[in-house]
Design a protein around this ligand. Structure first.
Ligand code: PHE
Ligand code: CA
Ligand code: ZN
Ligand code: ZN
Ligand code: ZN
Length: 286
């Protein structure tokens, strides 16, 4: 499993910050900052060899919301698909760096690393950058609800990345007891970092759209506005304050509102899951 470059994750974060700064300070789904964010990931994925689509959200999204970006890495068993997703939009209050340039930057860097290393693919891998999450998980809901049932059945798991570099962060895994969750947990176990169920984020990000259609999900999160407990400070360090003091605020900026350690581990955990599940031996046909 390759190491996901923290330097490159941070370079993408700087680009998202620059995009917000040049476009009125935010990357809300209906904004010029969102369009620029779409173009940034789209262009890099195409250049790396992905099959990339801008999927317009034609129902359920906020009026004027930009598209989802869906990127398929060619190859692997088309009947065995692993999806990895993050919302690309932010709230209007600020540039949306931990929420959720952190997930978007990491997803992009994992995709670019997969393309560069070009391993034998057992399963097919698809990356999704969602629009209009902040107004109600709308981009992912549109994707899930319009996906033909035959395509749904091919998805073995969906992994979500939302707020993965909180400055006073914790190590949370969505649906940690699922097979998908145990794969992510195995990475953190291997580096001696304890993990917990993501109770704060349950039902509040795009994995919920896949749970609704019966796809197994997991994901990584580092915490939002909830306050870190004394027990969590003991095992993870930090302070008994909010996991992200800038949650949905103007101060959700780069570089001040990013923990490099938490970000680095999340990227490497996601890569561990992707390489473990989707590369190498061809998957058993479903
Ligand atoms: N979906 C939430 C958001 O984007 C993310 C979140 C994660 C909220 C964890 C609460 C807890 O704002
Ligand atoms: Ca790394
Ligand atoms: Zn979010
Ligand atoms: Zn948010
Ligand atoms: Zn590392």
């Amino acid at each position: 499993v390759p190491d996901i470059s923290l330097t490159n994750q941070r370079a993408h974060l700087q680009q998202f910050q620059n995009i917000a700064s040049a476009n009125g300070g935010n990357r809300r789904s209906t904004s010029a900052g969102y369009t620029a964010s779409v173009n940034y990931v789209y262009d890099r994925l195409v250049a790396a060899g992905y099959t990339v689509a801008r999927q317009n959200c034609t129902s359920g999204c906020t009026s004027g919301a930009g598209p989802n970006v869906i990127a398929d890495w060619p190859g692997g068993d088309p009947n065995s698909v692993y999806m990895f997703g993050a919302h690309l939009d932010g709230v209007s209050a600020g540039p949306g760096i931990n929420d959720n340039a952190s997930g978007s930057a990491t997803l992009l860097e994992i995709a670019l690393t997969l393309a560069a290393s070009n391993p034998t693919m057992g399963s097919h891998v698809r990356f999704a950058f969602w629009t209009d999450e902040e107004q109600g998980l709308n981009g992912s809901e549109f994707y899930a609800n319009t996906l033909p049932s035959a395509e749904r059945a091919k998805i073995r798991a969906y992994f979500n990345f939302d707020m993965i570099a909180s400055t006073n962060g914790g190590y949370f895994i969505n649906r940690i007891s699922s097979a998908a969750g145990q794969t992510l947990k195995a990475y953190y176990d291997g580096i001696g970092v304890p993990t917990e169920e993501n109770t704060e984020g349950a039902g509040r990000s795009d994995d919920a759209s896949f749970n609704t259609i019966g796809v197994q999900t997991s994901g990584v999160a580092a915490g939002a506005s909830r306050v870190k407990t004394a027990a969590q400070v003991t095992k993870w360090g930090g302070t008994q304050t909010g996991f992200d003091p800038c949650y949905h605020r103007a101060c959700d900026t780069y570089p001040s509102n990013i923990s490099s350690t938490v970000l680095d581990r999340a990227g490497d955990a996601a890569a561990y899951a992707l390489w473990t599940l989707a590369t190498g031996t061809p998957a058993t046909a479903v």
